[in-house]
Design a protein around this ligand. Structure first.
Ligand code: DC
Length: 212
């Protein structure tokens, strides 16, 4: 085993369970955690608040440079903000504006856990362990629907499924840092796992990587 800081990269599509898994891994291994989707969501929220145009890369970059103070905003979780985040995250200049902050987080001497779409491929290609967390689109839509219903937002499951599939399509087919499984990432399919079982499996996978 090397004495390099432990860096864990967790990537995967929306509602795959990667956020919960990354948080749990951070707690288990005593590491700081960054949900990188929050940065893209904060850029989307800044854009919305300034009446910016998601079709304009220039306007989206300005928003990505203006996210301070928005990272804990409850509106970050909304579907509207998530959809705009997915659209503007396709702009290379938006990704570039958010890159350094993520690389610095990954390079902390303490080690770190980061979750997102391009952690294992772009942000931390030398991560100690990489997980690619996925689940069927139907199961992910069911989870997102349950979350939205619990927070009092009336939405139809069929609409959530359409939205999840559109988001997958955009995140996976953009030319800048698309969502793909890194060659050395371990696959974790959470379709039939509850959150505790998914975390236990993630810990087992990371530990297996640490022993190899
Ligand atoms: O994980 P999330 O749903 O909070 O992310 C919102 C959007 O941000 C997602 O649809 C794509 C983008 N994103 C990205 O392009 N790269 C990341 N590392 C994290 C998120």
């Amino acid at each position: 085993m090397s004495d390099r800081p432990l860096v864990i990269a967790v990537d995967g599509p929306a509602a795959s369970g990667k956020g919960t898994i990354a948080k749990g891994l951070a707690q288990h291994f005593g590491l700081p955690h960054l949900d990188t989707g929050k940065l893209y969501r904060a850029a989307a929220l800044a854009l919305l608040r300034h009446d910016g145009d998601p079709e304009s890369e220039f306007s989206a970059v300005r928003a990505a440079q203006d996210i301070a103070g928005l990272l804990d905003d409850p509106e970050l979780k909304s579907e509207m903000v998530g959809g705009i985040a997915s659209r503007i995250s396709a702009y290379p200049a938006v990704r570039a504006a958010l890159l350094e902050r993520q690389r610095e987080f990954a390079a902390q001497p303490s080690g770190a856990v980061l979750d997102g779409r391009d952690i294992g491929t772009v942000i931390a290609p030398d991560a100690t362990a990489k997980l690619f967390v996925t689940a069927s689109s139907e199961e992910r839509a069911r989870r997102r629907h349950a979350e939205l219903s619990a927070s009092g937002l009336p939405v139809h499951l069929a609409d959530v499924l359409i939205d999840i599939r559109a988001r997958d399509e955009r995140d996976s087919h953009r030319s800048a840092a698309p969502l793909v499984q890194a060659g050395d990432a371990l696959l974790l399919d959470t379709t039939s796992l509850d959150p505790a079982a998914a975390l236990a499996e993630a810990i087992r996978l990371v530990e297996s990587r640490l022993r190899s």
